[in-house]
Design a protein around this ligand. Structure first.
Ligand code: JHZ
Length: 422
């Protein structure tokens, strides 16, 4: 279980101690074998070029419980030209609308208050804050997607978030009353710098709201494919509290969300002495985490065994269907789908193609196994027998939307939390 030596690539940094508590007692429980970055979709002309493969192993900190990767791929490789946008999903948009509503309930927003979104993507969260009349600013390193945000009227600083960015932004725009960071904290290698930055940028009575996939859901529902290079940390509450305490923050609200396979929304403010009612929720969640073994490495060994069994079961099923000459395609060119296809050895002999609603992904090839991405409508003209839902976190939304595919006899395969054919 020792940490392998650096792959000697200038594009990878190897971290040898825990991102939160700095302990060196990191226990490797899962090895998904080296693969290209899962959002690294390719143009046809690039298919012959050598794709860089990066190690993908996951570790548990025996001291504070943070689950994490130790190989950090240079963020500019992963995020400068990004293909993921949340606005293709109604569920994601409803969640953003709810987040802005909650924030407005806590802090009455108006034209004098600034809301800053870290990892603002196409501005789809900030759009909802504008409805409440707040001033908004996005921070995101993806040039291509920031352009989209600007077209949607969301002012965006094209930068990675760190302490330097926080200082520059505070000087240029003033302090924020609300800072949000959804599905981005796990991308940040230096979590201490994140909190130093938030501390610099947040007004004294401001709130910091974050959402990320919750480790409890990941483990309970076998969501192994959400483990990939972009996600450096997989949080449970104890290590998170360990981190925020150091920077004088406390949680004032914690809500479990069903998006992205199970996430958690945490709302923070600067500590004051009175203990809020949130403490009960936190204690309850920590007990729940403990009862599922989240602070014991043996739970992660068991998780790893379950993933391995799921792999065998799905590979066997797909091979059987191919023997029966069934046509199978992938549904949703999600980053997690690329991890799953890689780990399950799914190639173009098994899936004829993948369909996806994101226009940026259409016409490109999936990293590693080079399967072409088509628009979703192809299912209706091509009539494959099975659509394997790679974006299983949207299975309900997809099945509901694609009743037309079911009508023409198509079946759906859902791989996670366990294999299901509908
Ligand atoms: P989706 C992303 O992971 C990346 P991914 C990121 N690193 C992160 O942290 C997590 O999200 C949380 C398509 N689709 O959202 C759109 C349809 O085709 O699960 C997407 O390409 N039809 C930021 O990439 C993909 O599926 C539909 O009806 O694993 C879903 O990708 C719907 C609803 C989606 O994220």
């Amino acid at each position: 279980n020792s940490i392998p030596l650096s792959m000697k690539s200038s594009n990878v940094k190897v971290v040898r101690s825990c991102r939160i508590c700095h302990s060196r007692k990191l226990y490797r429980f899962l090895d998904l074998t080296p693969m290209p970055i899962p959002n690294g979709f390719l143009k046809k002309e690039d298919l012959k070029k050598k794709e860089p493969y990066y190690e993908l192993s996951c570790y548990f900190c025996e001291n504070c419980g943070l689950v994490q990767l130790t190989n950090v791929v240079n963020p500019s490789i992963m995020f400068s030209n990004y293909v993921y946008i949340p606005s293709t999903s109604k569920i994601m948009m409803n969640n953003f609308s709810n987040l802005a509503y909650c924030a407005n309930n806590l802090i009455k927003l108006d034209g004098k208050k600034l809301v800053i979104d870290i990892g603002s993507n196409d501005g789809s969260l900030l759009k909802f804050f504008k409805i409440y009349g707040a001033k908004v600013l996005g921070i995101d390193p993806a040039k291509n997607i920031a352009k989209l945000a600007e077209m949607n009227g969301i002012l965006t600083e094209v930068k990675l978030f760190n302490l330097t960015t926080a200082k520059t932004v505070a000087k240029k725009y003033g302090k924020a009353t609300v800072i949000t960071a959804t599905n981005v904290v796990a991308h940040i290698d230096d979590l201490h710098q994140l909190f130093k930055g938030v501390d610099k940028l947040l007004s004294s009575d401001g709130i910091f709201i974050t959402e990320f996939p919750y480790l409890l859901d990941l483990v309970q529902k076998n969501e192994f494919d959400t483990i990939y290079h972009e996600h450096l940390s997989y949080f449970s509450l104890k290590p998170w509290l360990h981190l925020i305490n150091q920077y004088g923050f406390e949680i004032i609200e914690a809500q479990r969300l069903f998006i992205q396979g199970g996430s958690i929304r945490l709302i923070h403010k600067r500590k004051n002495k009175s203990k809020g009612s949130y403490q009960k929720t936190i204690n309850y969640l920590i007990k729940l985490e403990e009862s599922h073994g989240l602070y014991d490495k043996s739970a992660f060994d068991k998780f790893s065994d379950r993933v391995s069994n799921l792999r065998t079961e799905i590979i066997t099923t797909l091979k059987k269907l191919k023997k029966e000459k069934k046509k199978i395609v992938g549904y949703g060119a999600a980053a997690k789908g690329n991890v799953l296809m890689h780990y399950f050895n799914i190639n173009s002999k098994i899936f004829d193609y993948v369909v996806d609603s994101t226009s940026y992904k259409q016409g490109l090839y999936t990293p590693g196994n080079h399967i072409l991405v088509h628009p979703e409508q192809k299912l209706l003209t091509d009539h494959p027998d099975y659509a394997f839902i790679l974006a299983w976190n949207f299975a309900d939304e997809i099945i509901e939307k694609r009743r037309d595919f079911k009508k023409i006899g198509g079946k759906f395969i859902i791989p996670i939390p366990k294999l299901k054919i509908v």
